[in-house]
Design a protein around this ligand. Structure first.
Ligand SMILES: O=C(O)c1cc(=O)[nH]c(=O)n1[C@@H]1O[C@H](COP(=O)(O)O)[C@@H](O)[C@H]1O
Length: 238
């Protein structure tokens, strides 16, 4: 069963484990490479996924000064990945510099520029943590909206948000703004460290373009079955 709206993260410790998962879940067309695997394998995993004709979300969550994130985005653009992340909290100048650098480098190499999306607020953060740990004096939905609007203003392609904020962001930011939602949990799955969750069907109904779903599939004893169950739920409920 296929579903091109689900991105599965390769949150595994090495290239060999990634290969095992990709071979097992043959139906998955969009994979995410994050900090754990990229730190271990470097670009080798990207080459492997390209050979398999998979789409790639390179989730390195850049968060640094403008000059540094620009350099990182220039390097990432050379891999010809589909999606790339930066933290909105790096600020407007950093987002702008990142976008310009990624686009310029990809154009120079005649590659499609990666769609650069800003993390609004990690889905592992609750309203309480936002207020008491991060000391942000805004309601959580308002903070997420402001981060997304800042990303949109400087020309980023979209935002990573929890599905709980997707409806509001879709209304305000418009149909062209990409909404990528982790924090997605079927009713039968554990929430793990995710704080702001919706089910896959709720997330799609709220306006998400892509759902990032990891452990409910990858940590399952039957990953193929879990994948198929989620795909079937989406077909029957959306
Ligand atoms: O950028 C992300 O993909 C991301 C942002 C965010 O706010 N929350 C979040 O969980 N993620 C990623 O989405 C994936 C979620 O995995 P599971 O919680 O296993 O479904 C992980 O790879 C996280 O790194």
């Amino acid at each position: 069963m296929t579903n091109n709206k689900i991105i599965v993260p390769l949150d595994v410790p090495d290239l060999q484990s990634a290969i095992v998962l990709v071979e097992k879940l043959d139906e998955v067309s969009f994979w995410k490479v994050g900090l754990e695997l990229f730190t271990a394998s470097g670009p080798q995993v990207l080459e492997y996924l390209k050979c398999k004709e998979k789409k790639i979300f390179l989730d390195l969550k850049f968060h640094d000064i403008p000059n540094t994130v620009a350099g990182a985005c220039r390097s990432a653009a050379r891999y010809g990945v589909d999606l790339l992340t930066i933290h909105a909290a790096a600020g407007k100048d950093a987002l702008k510099a990142a976008k310009e650098a990624a686009t310029e480098e990809a154009n120079k190499l005649s590659l499609q520029p990666p769609r650069l999306i800003a993390i609004s607020l990690l889905t592992s953060i609750s309203s309480r943590q936002l207020a008491f740990d991060l000391k942000i004096p805004l309601e959580l939905p308002e903070y997420v909206l402001q981060m997304a609007l800042m990303a949109k203003e400087v020309g980023l392609n979209g935002s990573v948000c929890s599905p709980q904020e997707a409806f509001q962001l879709r209304e305000v930011c418009g149909d062209d703004f990409l909404l990528v939602c982790p924090g997605v949990r079927p009713t039968w799955a554990d929430k793990d460290d995710q704080k702001r969750t919706f089910t896959p069907a709720q997330a799609i109904k709220a306006g998400a373009n892509y759902l990032v779903i990891g452990r409910p599939i990858t940590a399952s004893t039957e990953p193929i079955l879990a994948w198929e169950k989620i795909c079937a739920e989406l077909i029957t409920t959306t």
